[in-house]
Every structure is written in structure tokens, then in C-alpha cells.
Design a protein around this ligand. Structure first.
Ligand SMILES: NC(=O)c1ccc[n+]([C@@H]2O[C@H](COP(=O)([O-])OP(=O)(O)OC[C@H]3O[C@@H](n4cnc5c(N)ncnc54)[C@H](OP(=O)(O)O)[C@@H]3O)[C@@H](O)[C@H]2O)c1
Length: 291
């Protein structure tokens, strides 16, 4: 196993590449059976980090659908369950009223606490390994939302806390309230979204994990494909998929970086997991870092 396969995330040692479970329960998912098969394939291949959220559900399904899928997959897996960390999130919901699914924020303290208790039940655990506040809610003072996350940690609903879609200023607020209960920041970061680089570097300085969401540009792929060109060039040289090169490039940004590629099927996550053993040269990193 390569040196970047396992990394420290707060109190946990876990795989640098986790499975982003979101596509398994949103629009165009391939059904529960394929979802369980995909999670089992990832776990069987050594992945020990699953990322889910209360808000990952499609129209016609109840909130928590993805958390219940994760629970079903873990309870039917015959591997070492205790090695797997499950991260979930609260503070977001879905809106299906205008025909096109959208996302809304609700990070009022009472809502965060209510949804976190539902997440516990959905996941079928006594405490959530890592619980993120999904996204800042402009209608709610950030510190008030974070106080609710602290309450969840103090009451043992969550073992550790993360924040997602956070700015430097919000990281400072969260640290001042949560202290060492705050272990991770999950922000968007990929070849098509590099503007959070300052947050990635700030996390390194503070000893916080930085988890890249939509690390391949997002499952809907409405992105500028030309940004992938240098990754494709390097991939051809190594004889691997360019997605592996993207993930290896992200992991090479620092020992505190984790990446959680999404997948609808076993094949894609199995390919992605190989990125943890892909070594990129200094020249290749220089090319890819140029953007
Ligand atoms: N915190 C937040 O606000 C937030 C927001 C968005 C996402 N997330 C998290 O981030 C995770 C990942 O983001 P994402 O799912 O939007 O997008 P992503 O990981 O950037 O892209 C996923 C897409 O890439 C494809 N793919 C993955 N590995 C591949 C490979 N090796 N070769 C070819 N194609 C590959 C998948 O294909 P197939 O469909 O063919 O399997 C899937 O369609 C989510 O699952 C979720 O857990 C968090």
C-alpha cells in the first residue's frame, strides 16, 4: 500500500480516497441494489471512508435516503465494519417544487439538532464519526449554527465535527467554538475549481483535514473540458485514466488532503481508488499546478 493510501483525519487513520455516496441517491441513480454493490466494491477494495448527508435524496424519496443506503451496505458487508468511518452532513435540504431539483440551506440550531438525530437513526449508529455542517446559511449567524454543532459533539451525537463550504473567517469562528472537536473542512476543489486553494493551505497551517468535494468536476459534468487536457496528457504517459491523475494531483497538495470521488457504479470507484498508488513527478506536478 502506498504511503498516501492512509492518512490522519482528526482521531482517525483512514484512506485518503473515500467514496462520495451522493450520486447513488440523487436523480439518475441506478437503484438501491447497484448502490449497495458500488459501496461493497469500494469497501472490498480497501476504501474506509464513506461520505453521505441527510440531504442526499431524490424527488419522491424521504430525506436520509443515502444515509440509509450506507447503513444497508455496511450491515450486509462481511468486512471489518469498525475500520470504516462514515461522514454525514446536516444543514441542507432539497426543494422539488419548481420541477428542477434545487438545494436550500437551513442551519438554524434547532434544525441542525433535529436533522442530526435523524441522521443517527438513518445510519443506525450511536454516534456519527464525522458530522459536517453542510453549508453556511445566510439567514443564520454562523456562530449560532456552530454552537449547535458543539452541542451535538458535547452530547455525543457526533464524535468529531467538520464544516463544509467554509471561508477562512468561518473556519476561525468554528475553531474558536469547537476547539479540537473541529477536524475537517470539506470544500469544492478540482482542476475546474481551484479558487479554494487558500482554504486548503490554511487547513494545513491549522492541522485540519481538507476534503475535496466534486474532485473530478462534479457528476453532472457541466464544466470546461479543456481544463482536463494536461491531466489527459499525464494519464497517457502513465497508462491510467485521467481521473486517477486528477485525484493523485489533489492528494499531492498536502498530507492533510482527502478526496471523495462520486460514483454510480463499481467500475468508476474501483478505478479511482488506484490513484492512491499513482506517483506524479515534480515536472508533472508543475504542469498540472499551472491550471
Ligand atoms: N459538501 C458539499 O457541499 C458537497 C457538494 C457536492 C458533492 N459533495 C460530495 O462530493 C462527492 C463527489 O462529488 P460528485 O459526486 O459531485 O462529483 P465527482 O466526484 O467530481 O464526479 C463523479 C463523477 O465522476 C465519474 N467518475 C468517478 N471516478 C471515475 C473514474 N475513475 N473514471 C471515470 N469516471 C469517473 C462518476 O462516473 P459514474 O457516474 O459513471 O460512476 C461520476 O459521474 C459527492 O458524492 C458528495 O459526497 C459534497
Amino acid at each position: 500500500m502506498s504511503t498516501n493510501a492512509l492518512r490522519k483525519l482528526g482521531p482517525y487513520t483512514t484512506t485518503s480516497i473515500g467514496l462520495g455516496c451522493m450520486p447513488l441517491s440523487l436523480e439518475n441513480n441506478l437503484g438501491v441494489e447497484k448502490g449497495v454493490e458500488t459501496i461493497h466494491a469500494a469497501l472490498d477494495a480497501g476504501c474506509r471512508h464513506l461520505d453521505t448527508a441527510w440531504a442526499y435524496y431524490e424527488s419522491g424519496k424521504e430525506p436520509g435516503a443515502n444515509e440509509r443506503l450506507v447503513r444497508q451496505a455496511l450491515s450486509t458487508w462481511d468486512g471489518p465494519r469498525e475500520e470504516v468511518i462514515v461522514a454525514s452532513k446536516v444543514g441542507h435540504f432539497r426543494n422539488f417544487t419548481d420541477g428542477v431539483p434545487t438545494w436550500g440551506q437551513d442551519a438554524r440550531p434547532e434544525r441542525l439538532i433535529h436533522d442530526a438525530h435523524e441522521s443517527l437513526e438513518n445510519l443506525g449508529v450511536d454516534a456519527i464519526d464525522l458530522l459536517y455542517m453542510h453549508r453556511p446559511d445566510p439567514k443564520v449567524d454562523y456562530a449560532e449554527s456552530i454552537e449547535a454543532m458543539k452541542q451535538l459533539a458535547d452530547e455525543g451525537v457526533a464524535k468529531t465535527i467538520g464544516i463544509s463550504n467554509a471561508s477562512v473567517e468561518q473556519i476561525d469562528i468554528a475553531r474558536s467554538i469547537l476547539g479540537d472537536k473541529l477536524v475537517a473542512v470539506q470544500n469544492q476543489y478540482s482542476p475546474v475549481y481551484r479558487s479554494t486553494r487558500d482554504i486548503l493551505d490554511y487547513c494545513a497551517k491549522l492541522g485540519l483535514a481538507f476534503v475535496c468535494w466534486s474532485p473530478l468536476g462534479g457528476y453532472r459534468r457541466a464544466v470546461d473540458e479543456s481544463k482536463f487536457e494536461p491531466f489527459k496528457q499525464v494519464a497517457t504517459k502513465h497508462g491510467v485514466s485521467y481521473q486517477q491523475v486528477i485525484l493523485a494531483w489533489e492528494l499531492a497538495q498536502g498530507e492533510h488532503v482527502f478526496t471523495i470521488p462520486g460514483a454510480h457504479r463499481p467500475q468508476t470507484i474501483l478505478d479511482s481508488l488506484h490513484a492512491s498508488v499513482l506517483e506524479l513527478s515534480a515536472e508533472e506536478m508543475e504542469l498540472l499546478n499551472r491550471g
